[in-house]
Design a protein around this ligand. Structure first.
Ligand SMILES: [Zn+2]
Ligand SMILES: [Zn+2]
Ligand SMILES: [Zn+2]
Length: 257
Protein backbone atom coordinates (compact mmCIF):
# COMPACT_ATOMS: atom_id res chain seq x y z
CA UNK A 1 0.00 0.00 0.00
CA UNK A 2 1.20 3.46 -0.83
CA UNK A 3 -1.54 6.07 -0.39
CA UNK A 4 -4.79 5.45 1.46
CA UNK A 5 -7.71 7.70 0.54
CA UNK A 6 -10.86 8.15 2.58
CA UNK A 7 -13.87 9.83 1.03
CA UNK A 8 -15.51 11.40 4.08
CA UNK A 9 -18.14 13.31 2.08
CA UNK A 10 -19.00 12.93 -1.61
CA UNK A 11 -21.86 15.38 -2.23
CA UNK A 12 -21.80 18.74 -4.01
CA UNK A 13 -22.58 22.09 -2.34
CA UNK A 14 -26.19 21.18 -1.44
CA UNK A 15 -25.49 17.71 -0.05
CA UNK A 16 -27.99 14.87 -0.64
CA UNK A 17 -30.76 14.96 0.45
CA UNK A 18 -30.91 18.68 -0.23
CA UNK A 19 -32.85 20.77 2.31
CA UNK A 20 -36.54 20.86 1.48
CA UNK A 21 -36.06 19.19 -1.93
CA UNK A 22 -38.76 16.82 -3.09
CA UNK A 23 -37.00 15.41 -6.17
CA UNK A 24 -36.89 11.59 -6.50
CA UNK A 25 -33.16 11.45 -5.77
CA UNK A 26 -33.55 13.37 -2.47
CA UNK A 27 -36.72 11.46 -1.47
CA UNK A 28 -34.94 8.15 -2.05
CA UNK A 29 -31.88 9.36 -0.12
CA UNK A 30 -34.13 10.33 2.82
CA UNK A 31 -35.80 6.92 2.89
CA UNK A 32 -32.98 4.52 2.06
CA UNK A 33 -29.95 6.58 3.18
CA UNK A 34 -26.79 4.42 2.69
CA UNK A 35 -24.80 5.31 -0.42
CA UNK A 36 -27.62 7.57 -1.68
CA UNK A 37 -27.01 10.15 1.07
CA UNK A 38 -23.98 12.41 0.65
CA UNK A 39 -22.33 14.97 2.90
CA UNK A 40 -20.40 17.74 1.15
CA UNK A 41 -16.99 16.87 -0.27
CA UNK A 42 -14.03 16.19 2.03
CA UNK A 43 -11.24 13.65 1.51
CA UNK A 44 -8.37 12.40 3.69
CA UNK A 45 -5.12 11.28 2.11
CA UNK A 46 -3.16 9.10 4.55
CA UNK A 47 0.52 9.41 3.75
CA UNK A 48 3.52 8.08 5.65
CA UNK A 49 3.48 10.01 8.93
CA UNK A 50 1.03 12.60 7.60
CA UNK A 51 -2.79 12.82 7.52
CA UNK A 52 -3.90 15.41 4.95
CA UNK A 53 -7.52 16.58 4.85
CA UNK A 54 -8.58 18.16 1.56
CA UNK A 55 -11.29 20.79 2.09
CA UNK A 56 -13.42 21.71 5.06
CA UNK A 57 -17.10 21.96 4.10
CA UNK A 58 -19.70 23.32 6.52
CA UNK A 59 -20.57 20.35 8.72
CA UNK A 60 -16.93 19.17 8.89
CA UNK A 61 -17.34 18.70 12.66
CA UNK A 62 -20.02 16.07 12.13
CA UNK A 63 -18.28 14.59 9.08
CA UNK A 64 -15.06 14.01 11.07
CA UNK A 65 -17.06 12.55 13.97
CA UNK A 66 -19.02 10.16 11.71
CA UNK A 67 -15.78 8.90 10.20
CA UNK A 68 -14.04 8.72 13.60
CA UNK A 69 -11.23 11.01 12.49
CA UNK A 70 -9.26 11.88 15.61
CA UNK A 71 -5.97 13.00 14.12
CA UNK A 72 -4.93 15.35 11.32
CA UNK A 73 -1.62 16.96 10.41
CA UNK A 74 -2.64 19.30 7.64
CA UNK A 75 -5.46 20.73 5.55
CA UNK A 76 -5.34 21.61 1.86
CA UNK A 77 -8.03 24.11 0.79
CA UNK A 78 -8.75 23.95 -2.94
CA UNK A 79 -10.79 27.18 -3.18
CA UNK A 80 -12.90 29.61 -1.18
CA UNK A 81 -16.37 28.40 -2.19
CA UNK A 82 -18.37 27.79 0.97
CA UNK A 83 -18.86 24.07 0.30
CA UNK A 84 -15.04 23.65 0.36
CA UNK A 85 -13.90 26.13 3.00
CA UNK A 86 -16.95 27.05 5.12
CA UNK A 87 -16.03 24.63 7.92
CA UNK A 88 -12.48 25.85 8.46
CA UNK A 89 -13.45 27.90 11.50
CA UNK A 90 -14.42 24.65 13.29
CA UNK A 91 -10.68 24.11 13.70
CA UNK A 92 -10.75 26.77 16.43
CA UNK A 93 -11.94 23.84 18.54
CA UNK A 94 -9.43 21.25 17.26
CA UNK A 95 -6.89 20.34 19.97
CA UNK A 96 -3.77 21.37 18.00
CA UNK A 97 -2.78 23.83 15.34
CA UNK A 98 -2.80 22.17 11.91
CA UNK A 99 -0.83 22.95 8.76
CA UNK A 100 -2.87 24.83 6.18
CA UNK A 101 -1.82 24.53 2.55
CA UNK A 102 -3.59 27.25 0.62
CA UNK A 103 -2.60 29.68 -2.11
CA UNK A 104 -1.98 33.24 -0.80
CA UNK A 105 -4.94 35.02 -2.46
CA UNK A 106 -7.33 32.26 -1.34
CA UNK A 107 -5.89 32.52 2.18
CA UNK A 108 -6.47 36.28 2.30
CA UNK A 109 -10.10 35.79 1.31
CA UNK A 110 -10.54 33.23 4.07
CA UNK A 111 -8.91 35.54 6.63
CA UNK A 112 -11.29 38.39 5.84
CA UNK A 113 -14.20 36.47 7.30
CA UNK A 114 -15.44 37.52 10.72
CA UNK A 115 -13.40 34.86 12.56
CA UNK A 116 -10.24 35.43 10.49
CA UNK A 117 -8.41 37.07 13.40
CA UNK A 118 -8.18 33.60 14.97
CA UNK A 119 -6.53 32.09 11.89
CA UNK A 120 -2.90 32.39 13.10
CA UNK A 121 -3.90 30.58 16.30
CA UNK A 122 -5.61 27.78 14.38
CA UNK A 123 -3.16 27.02 11.57
CA UNK A 124 0.41 27.16 10.35
CA UNK A 125 -0.09 28.73 6.91
CA UNK A 126 2.07 27.12 4.24
CA UNK A 127 1.42 29.15 1.08
CA UNK A 128 1.38 27.09 -2.08
CA UNK A 129 2.07 28.09 -5.65
CA UNK A 130 0.93 26.16 -8.71
CA UNK A 131 3.67 23.92 -10.06
CA UNK A 132 5.92 24.22 -7.01
CA UNK A 133 6.46 20.91 -5.26
CA UNK A 134 5.70 20.55 -1.56
CA UNK A 135 8.26 17.95 -0.56
CA UNK A 136 8.05 15.74 2.52
CA UNK A 137 10.46 12.95 3.48
CA UNK A 138 9.14 10.09 1.36
CA UNK A 139 6.33 11.67 -0.67
CA UNK A 140 5.48 14.97 -2.29
CA UNK A 141 2.63 16.78 -3.92
CA UNK A 142 2.38 19.36 -6.66
CA UNK A 143 -0.51 21.86 -6.60
CA UNK A 144 -1.90 23.00 -9.95
CA UNK A 145 -4.47 25.59 -10.94
CA UNK A 146 -7.72 24.67 -12.69
CA UNK A 147 -10.49 26.74 -14.29
CA UNK A 148 -13.51 27.30 -12.06
CA UNK A 149 -15.58 30.35 -11.07
CA UNK A 150 -12.95 31.36 -8.47
CA UNK A 151 -9.20 30.58 -8.15
CA UNK A 152 -9.03 26.84 -7.58
CA UNK A 153 -6.23 24.33 -7.07
CA UNK A 154 -5.96 20.60 -7.45
CA UNK A 155 -3.05 18.45 -6.35
CA UNK A 156 -0.98 15.59 -7.74
CA UNK A 157 0.37 13.32 -4.99
CA UNK A 158 3.38 11.10 -5.55
CA UNK A 159 4.62 8.23 -3.39
CA UNK A 160 6.73 5.18 -4.23
CA UNK A 161 6.13 5.44 -7.95
CA UNK A 162 2.36 5.92 -7.52
CA UNK A 163 0.48 9.03 -8.54
CA UNK A 164 -2.95 10.23 -7.45
CA UNK A 165 -4.43 13.39 -8.95
CA UNK A 166 -7.32 15.24 -7.29
CA UNK A 167 -8.77 17.74 -9.75
CA UNK A 168 -11.26 19.42 -7.36
CA UNK A 169 -13.98 21.68 -8.85
CA UNK A 170 -12.97 22.45 -12.41
CA UNK A 171 -14.51 22.92 -15.81
CA UNK A 172 -13.45 20.59 -18.61
CA UNK A 173 -10.58 22.75 -19.94
CA UNK A 174 -7.11 21.99 -18.58
CA UNK A 175 -3.71 23.48 -19.30
CA UNK A 176 -1.18 21.32 -21.11
CA UNK A 177 0.83 21.38 -17.89
CA UNK A 178 -2.09 19.97 -15.88
CA UNK A 179 -2.66 17.25 -18.48
CA UNK A 180 1.02 16.30 -18.13
CA UNK A 181 0.55 15.93 -14.36
CA UNK A 182 -2.53 13.75 -14.96
CA UNK A 183 -0.82 11.59 -17.55
CA UNK A 184 -0.45 7.94 -16.50
CA UNK A 185 -1.93 8.60 -13.04
CA UNK A 186 -2.81 5.52 -11.03
CA UNK A 187 -5.93 7.34 -9.91
CA UNK A 188 -7.75 10.46 -11.03
CA UNK A 189 -10.43 11.93 -8.74
CA UNK A 190 -12.88 14.31 -10.44
CA UNK A 191 -15.66 16.45 -9.00
CA UNK A 192 -18.63 15.84 -11.28
CA UNK A 193 -21.74 17.39 -9.72
CA UNK A 194 -23.77 16.99 -12.92
CA UNK A 195 -24.16 14.16 -15.40
CA UNK A 196 -24.60 16.74 -18.17
CA UNK A 197 -23.29 20.07 -16.97
CA UNK A 198 -25.82 22.92 -17.48
CA UNK A 199 -24.58 25.95 -19.42
CA UNK A 200 -22.73 28.44 -17.23
CA UNK A 201 -21.69 25.90 -14.57
CA UNK A 202 -17.89 25.70 -14.28
CA UNK A 203 -17.85 21.95 -13.69
CA UNK A 204 -16.73 18.94 -15.68
CA UNK A 205 -19.57 16.48 -16.38
CA UNK A 206 -19.51 12.70 -15.90
CA UNK A 207 -19.00 11.88 -19.59
CA UNK A 208 -16.24 14.50 -20.02
CA UNK A 209 -14.42 13.17 -16.94
CA UNK A 210 -14.51 9.66 -18.41
CA UNK A 211 -13.10 10.83 -21.74
CA UNK A 212 -10.43 12.83 -19.84
CA UNK A 213 -9.40 9.60 -18.07
CA UNK A 214 -8.97 7.91 -21.47
CA UNK A 215 -7.07 10.87 -22.91
CA UNK A 216 -4.55 11.10 -20.08
CA UNK A 217 -4.37 7.28 -19.77
CA UNK A 218 -5.20 7.24 -16.07
CA UNK A 219 -5.70 3.70 -14.76
CA UNK A 220 -8.63 4.56 -12.49
CA UNK A 221 -11.16 7.36 -12.21
CA UNK A 222 -13.33 8.05 -9.17
CA UNK A 223 -16.25 10.44 -9.51
CA UNK A 224 -17.25 12.48 -6.46
CA UNK A 225 -18.90 15.82 -5.43
CA UNK A 226 -22.24 14.53 -6.76
CA UNK A 227 -25.29 16.82 -6.97
CA UNK A 228 -28.94 15.74 -6.47
CA UNK A 229 -29.59 16.54 -10.16
CA UNK A 230 -27.04 13.84 -11.05
CA UNK A 231 -28.10 10.18 -11.11
CA UNK A 232 -28.61 8.36 -7.78
CA UNK A 233 -25.59 6.34 -6.63
CA UNK A 234 -26.75 2.91 -7.87
CA UNK A 235 -27.72 4.24 -11.32
CA UNK A 236 -24.52 6.27 -11.70
CA UNK A 237 -22.43 3.31 -10.56
CA UNK A 238 -24.11 1.09 -13.16
CA UNK A 239 -23.37 3.66 -15.86
CA UNK A 240 -19.73 4.04 -14.72
CA UNK A 241 -19.37 0.24 -14.65
CA UNK A 242 -19.48 0.16 -18.48
CA UNK A 243 -16.06 1.82 -18.52
CA UNK A 244 -12.95 0.11 -17.28
CA UNK A 245 -11.54 1.55 -14.05
CA UNK A 246 -14.36 4.07 -13.44
CA UNK A 247 -16.18 4.07 -10.09
CA UNK A 248 -18.37 6.40 -8.06
CA UNK A 249 -17.39 7.45 -4.53
CA UNK A 250 -19.77 7.19 -1.59
CA UNK A 251 -19.44 8.57 1.94
CA UNK A 252 -17.04 6.44 3.98
CA UNK A 253 -15.39 4.76 0.96
CA UNK A 254 -11.70 3.90 1.39
CA UNK A 255 -9.36 3.12 -1.51
CA UNK A 256 -5.71 2.27 -1.52
CA UNK A 257 -3.32 3.04 -4.34
ZN1 LIG B 1 -17.82 22.47 -4.87
ZN1 LIG C 1 -33.27 16.96 -4.75
ZN1 LIG D 1 -16.49 25.41 -6.35
Amino acid sequence: MSISIRFLGTGAAEGIPTMGCKCDHCQQARQKKGKLARERTAIIFSLPGYELLVDTPPGIRQILAQNQVKYLDGIFITHDHNDHSGGLQEFRYWPDKVDLFVEASVYSRLVREDWGEYMPEIVFHLPLRPGLTIRFNSFFFVPFEVLHSTRTFGLALYHKGHKVVYISDSDDRFSHYTRCLMHDADLLIANTPFFNTPRGEAHIGVEEAISLKERVRARQLILTHINHHNKPHDVLEEYAGQFEGVTVAYDGMVVEV
